[in-house]
Design a protein around this ligand. Structure first.
Ligand SMILES: [Fe+2]
Length: 270
């Protein structure tokens, strides 16, 4: 298992480099939307390590065609040059009745399937590579339909899952989706996420995927229990952190992940 860390903004570059140099991580996941305007040479020289691409705001289900085609052109250039370990995006709604949402919203996995399938097919063609879609940290009962949705989408389009283990734990705690329901998805996935989560400020309290806490015992237990299913020659696990960059806490979590997946780190990309 390769273990990675997400790089979202400039501020954390020194931390990411330090984690690489110390061997705590083997690759870096780029939130690629934030770096589209960075010259490719500069991006390539940024970290002496393999990269993964995480697309956050393509909004490929609802965005207009010219905007997506233009984004895809740039992404294809980056994919060709940086050869990421994977390219991932989000199945979500970013607007409702023409109004932009503050937080991305979960789709209706059953009712929206035909439209989403068609868009995934098209977006994957545009990018020219396999697309991985991240599972959502569900808060509503519709989350029960998510595992079957992802399995069906994989069968129909070849688009895989960037399986976020702690999002599955959030969905379990919020609406009772059993962790076992994801076995089929994990079995066909090689690229994973994990992060800390927290209680919402507003009541009723929900578990939100906040990326600012240490990994929970529930998440670590899940990874440990299914470690044989998660691990594999191509497998990657990105530890996501977007707030409270407490270095000792982060290193502690990365060491716990290495404890579960003790394979040796890979050589940096040349
Ligand atoms: Fe994630």
């Amino acid at each position: 298992m390769r273990i990675g860390f997400n790089y979202t903004l400039g501020d954390t570059a020194p931390l990411v480099r330090k984690l690489l140099e110390a061997g705590h991580i083997d690759y870096v996941e780029l939130l690629i939307d934030n770096f589209l305007a960075v010259p490719i040479d500069e991006l390539e020289a940024g970290f002496a390590a393999p990269v993964g691409f995480h697309i956050m705001f393509s909004k490929f289900i609802e965005n207009d065609t010219p905007a997506l085609e233009s984004l895809a052109r740039r992404l294809r250039e980056l994919i060709e040059r940086l050869r990421p370990l994977y390219v991932s995006d989000h199945v979500a709604r970013f607007s409702h009745d023409g109004r932009q949402l503050y937080h991305l919203a979960e789709i209706d996995y059953v009712g929206d399937y035909p439209q989403v399938r068609e868009r995934v097919d098209w977006w994957q063609q545009q990018l020219g590579c396999q697309l991985l879609l991240e599972n959502y940290p569900s808060i509503m009962d519709g989350g029960h339909d998510a595992p079957a949705f992802h399995e069906r989408l994989y069968r129909d389009t070849g688009a895989g899952v960037l399986f976020d283990a702690s999002n599955a734990v959030c969905a379990h705690l919020n609406c009772g989706v059993p962790l076992e329901a994801w076995e089929g998805v994990i079995e066909h996935s090689s690229h994973f996420h994990t992060a800390g989560y927290n209680l919402s400020i507003l009541q009723p309290h929900l578990i939100l995927d906040t990326h600012d806490q240490v990994l929970s015992e529930a998440t670590l237990g899940f990874l440990q229990r299914y470690r044989g299913l998660f691990d594999g020659p191509e497998a990657t696990l990105t530890y996501e952190r977007d707030g409270r960059f407490d270095e000792a806490e982060i290193i502690g979590d990365l060491q716990r992940l290495r404890g579960i997946f003790p394979s040796s780190p890979v050589e940096p990309r040349t």
